[in-house]
Design a protein around this ligand. Structure first.
Ligand SMILES: Nc1ncnc2c1ncn2[C@@H]1O[C@H](COP(=O)(O)OP(=O)(O)OP(=O)(O)O)[C@@H](O)[C@H]1O
Length: 375
């Protein structure tokens, strides 16, 4: 078989890079096509570093050549990103903090804080330096999950400045908006108040050196999420969902929020929580109470990595309530499951750091960041 370069170019003229009007050849995305017997190498140059657009472009090129030119063509796609300078984006690095990962969910109560707490202690057990910033202004539950609800951050002097020292337990540094509110007082946060408080927790705190800072976001997609993304250069986001439809619909919006052009935070993947129920006395029985593999299918559909599933188990709830995350139960299946999930998150963070430039904190200067997300 000998592949014809002109035929390949004509095939590529039938597809576009997602978000661009002109076809791939006309827009200049196709930089070069080299054929050699049954092999073809296509060099693409894209103007966006978004991982899902890169993946989509690669699979479209392979599919189109195999459909329109030859089904057995061996296609290799090299992608180079030529992201234009975006003047509205500014960097606000936090020295010493290497990766900032937001944990989000569309819907409330799907286990976002539980997953955050367990990933944090697992990362600490793996030897990483970890911090958790609890930004859930509606229900900050991290202090309870780390058994530090009665503690308050102390003040320390750092280079002549007074800073908050995060509370520490299980090798994880914790700061929470809950440390500054009364447990039985309903705090009604206005956007600017909440974002000021969060900024203090981020920049007026002595976090020290951290490999990972996990940010437990409030559920939903709103003002406070934009504030966080304005204040922090997020490395990526993890979206937690249960497999049921009402949660998946909101998780989809969560992913779309991060992938929106004016925000563009890489989504490291989706976690399926409460994937099935397993009674302690029948560990091999699985009951799919909330439906089966919904979040897994959503990840496939949105072309973002699926990071893993956690079962609905009584001891996960109990350990959260007593403030000792379940992943700390050495030698258990749960510990193993959280290890697998955490390892996948670390791997996706590494992949992201290898493939994309560092994320910078976004500065939202127009209404673009507030518009409805079309995804
Ligand atoms: N896999 C699980 N198995 C059993 N219980 C779980 C599991 N995941 C979470 N839970 C329990 O579900 C409840 C809600 O979890 P959590 O507070 O982590 O949710 P959330 O998504 O952070 O909620 P919100 O952000 O709306 O406050 C808690 O009581 C928690 O212990």
């Amino acid at each position: 078989m000998k592949l014809d370069k002109q035929q390949i170019l004509s095939a590529l003229e039938t597809i576009t890079v997602s978000g661009e009007g002109k076809n791939m050849v006309e827009s200049g995305a196709v930089q070069n096509v080299i054929t050699f017997a049954d092999e073809v190498i296509v060099d693409l140059s894209l103007s966006t570093p978004a991982m899902h657009i890169k993946k989509r472009a690669e699979s479209d090129v392979v599919k189109t050549i195999q459909e329109k030119v030859h089904p057995d063509a061996k296609v290799k796609v090299n992608i180079k990103v030529n992201a234009p300078e975006k003047p509205q984006i500014k960097g606000k690095n936090i020295p010493g903090i290497h990766n900032i990962v937001a944990v989000a969910s569309g819907k409330g109560g799907v286990g976002k804080s539980t997953i955050t707490a367990n990933i944090a202690v697992t990362l600490a057990k793996m030897g990483f330096k970890v911090g958790v910033l609890d930004a859930d202004i509606y229900g900050p539950s991290i202090p309870i999950m780390f058994d530090v609800a009665q503690e308050r951050p102390l003040s320390v002097n750092v280079n002549g400045k007074s800073k908050m020292k995060p509370v520490e337990n299980y090798g994880v540094k914790v700061l929470s908006i809950g440390f500054f509110t009364q447990p039985n007082q309903a705090v009604i946060w206005r956007g600017p108040m909440a974002s000021k408080a969060l900024n203090q927790l981020i920049f007026d705190a002595d976090w020290g050196e951290l490999d990972f800072m996990l940010v437990d976001l409030p559920p939903g997609t709103g003002d406070i999420h934009l504030s966080i993304m304005q204040s922090l250069p997020l490395t990526g986001a993890v979206v937690v969902s249960t497999p049921q439809n009402v949660a998946l619909a909101d998780a989809r919006k969560g992913v779309a929020m991060f992938q929106q052009e004016s925000i563009n935070v890489p989504v490291l993947g989706i976690v399926e929580n409460m994937a099935y129920f397993t009674p302690e006395e029948l560990p091999d029985n699985k009951y799919y109470i909330f439906g089966k593999e919904g979040a897994k299918n959503l990840a496939e559909d949105l072309e973002v990595p699926f990071l893993g599933e956690m079962p609905l188990v009584q001891s996960i709830r109990e350990s959260g309530d007593v403030g000792r995350p379940a992943a700390m139960q050495n030698g258990t299946l749960l510990e193993k499951a959280f290890e697998t999930l955490t390892r996948n998150i670390v791997q996706e963070t590494v992949n992201r750091n290898e493939n994309l430039p560092p994320t910078q904190a976004i500065q939202i200067t127009t209404m673009a960041g507030c518009s409805a997300v079309k995804k």
